[in-house]
Design a protein around this ligand. Structure first.
Ligand SMILES: NC(=O)c1ccc[n+]([C@@H]2O[C@H](COP(=O)([O-])OP(=O)(O)OC[C@H]3O[C@@H](n4cnc5c(N)ncnc54)[C@H](OP(=O)(O)O)[C@@H]3O)[C@@H](O)[C@H]2O)c1
Length: 348
């Protein structure tokens, strides 16, 4: 079976990564890649790693009819064009925040409202490690946010094991690479400015908190730092568990049990917690270019530290979107996503 796919927002970082994944995917064939700025230019003009691809950017106002439309556009674009997208495609796989939250009220609280709230009930959130229910029937597959993805993957086993109670204090500290800001990231993402920094850019009120609260019922303190790397999001979550699963204290062996239980069958999660060598805890460099998440933990008396590292453009965006699409179309969920990372490598 060949499924046709288009990528709207294909000149961006997430869009380019989608093209990279989809051109070697066994089931998808890319028939359209849009960009208004680069219309009629070759894809390789913007994405030099894709020079061999015989495809030119086209106008997103002239959509081809396809099985899957991947939207890698800024917040607000998908909600504005959702009817056109669903007219053109069997399924919309959206990488933006436009369909991640459940209700119009949540968009009023966390964003500037929603212009197509009647479509929210057709969307299924798609961080598959949280659950695959509903994905196969979804018209709109809403891929998770990169920082929310790293944080939730770190915390999920503690939630599932009943270690974290809803009122427990959780402090999530994120370090993220410049590609999170997109291709037009501006001065904050320009590397002369970015070089050497550990710059808090969202000390409070980051919008990804909304996704985490919706899925885990936790109210956590969340701070993001911009650091000097291109790809990567690393979450360090300090938790103080008092739930029934933490009664009598939490030891390292309990954590191994909880994390293996949560992720033993997951194809894209690997546990990295202590052990030997230089890279003893989750490390963005080790997963750059892959759809893998490294997840780890450490116990320290009343405190449990939970870690996760992902490539924000892959597991945090394009890889997660292809994973969600594989499930939505009933394909092998790992299809097109078996990349191995690089070592050694500079700042990814
Ligand atoms: N970067 C990440 O790490 C990451 C991670 C998770 C999720 N995401 C989400 O993925 C989406 C894309 O992010 P990105 O970093 O790839 O952004 P980006 O590099 O800025 O790319 C945005 C793309 O959208 C296109 N676009 C902008 N306005 C448009 C419009 N009105 N209609 C159609 N196309 C439009 C742009 O091309 P033209 O303007 O030329 O048309 C460009 O191709 C965002 O919603 C972002 O939040 C990104």
């Amino acid at each position: 079976m060949t499924l046709t796919a288009s990528v709207v927002g294909a000149s961006g970082f997430a869009g380019g990564e989608l093209l990279r994944l989809l051109i070697s995917h066994p089931e998808f064939e890319v028939v359209q890649a849009t960009s208004r700025e680069y219309e009629n230019r070759t894809v390789g003009h913007v994405h030099p790693n894709l020079r061999e691809l015989d495809l030119r950017f086209s106008d997103p106002a002239e959509l081809e009819s396809v099985d899957a439309l991947f939207a890698a556009t800024p917040h607000g674009v998908s909600m504005e064009h959702v009817e056109e997208y669903l007219d053109a495609a069997g399924k919309l796989i959206d990488l933006s925040a436009d369909f991640r939250l459940d209700s119009e009220a949540a968009y009023d609280q966390w964003y500037d409202g929603h212009s197509a709230p009647q479509f929210l009930s057709q969307a299924t959130y798609a961080l598959p490690e949280l659950g695959r229910e509903g994905l196969e029937d979804a018209d709109i597959v809403a891929s998770g946010g990169c920082n929310a993805t790293a944080t939730m993957l770190a915390l999920k086993p503690l939630v599932d094991a009943g270690m974290l109670a809803p009122d427990d204090q959780v402090v999530a500290d994120l370090k993220v690479g410049s590609s999170e800001g997109g291709a037009g990231g501006g001065a904050a993402s320009s590397h002369p400015e970015r070089s050497g920094v550990v710059r808090p850019y969202a000390p409070t009120g980051h919008r990804h908190e909304a996704e985490i609260e919706e899925h885990f019922g936790l109210s956590l303190s969340f701070t993001v730092h911009a650091v000097d790397m291109v790809r990567g999001a690393a979450a360090t979550c300090h938790t103080f568990p008092t739930g029934p699963g933490a009664e009598g204290g939490v030891e390292t062996a309990d954590l191994w049990g909880a994390y293996r239980e949560a992720y033993g069958d997951e194809p894209f999660v690997r546990l990295v917690a202590g052990g030997g060598g230089v890279y003893r805890y989750p490390e963005p460099k080790s997963v750059a270019g892959t759809n893998l998440a490294e997840v780890g933990f450490a116990a320290d008396g009343d405190r449990v530290v939970a870690f996760a590292a992902i490539d924000n453009v892959m597991k945090g965006a394009a890889g997660q979107a292809v994973h969600g699409a594989n499930l939505a179309f009933g394909l092998d969920e790992t299809a097109g996503l078996n990349q191995t990372g690089l070592h050694p490598v500079g700042s990814p």
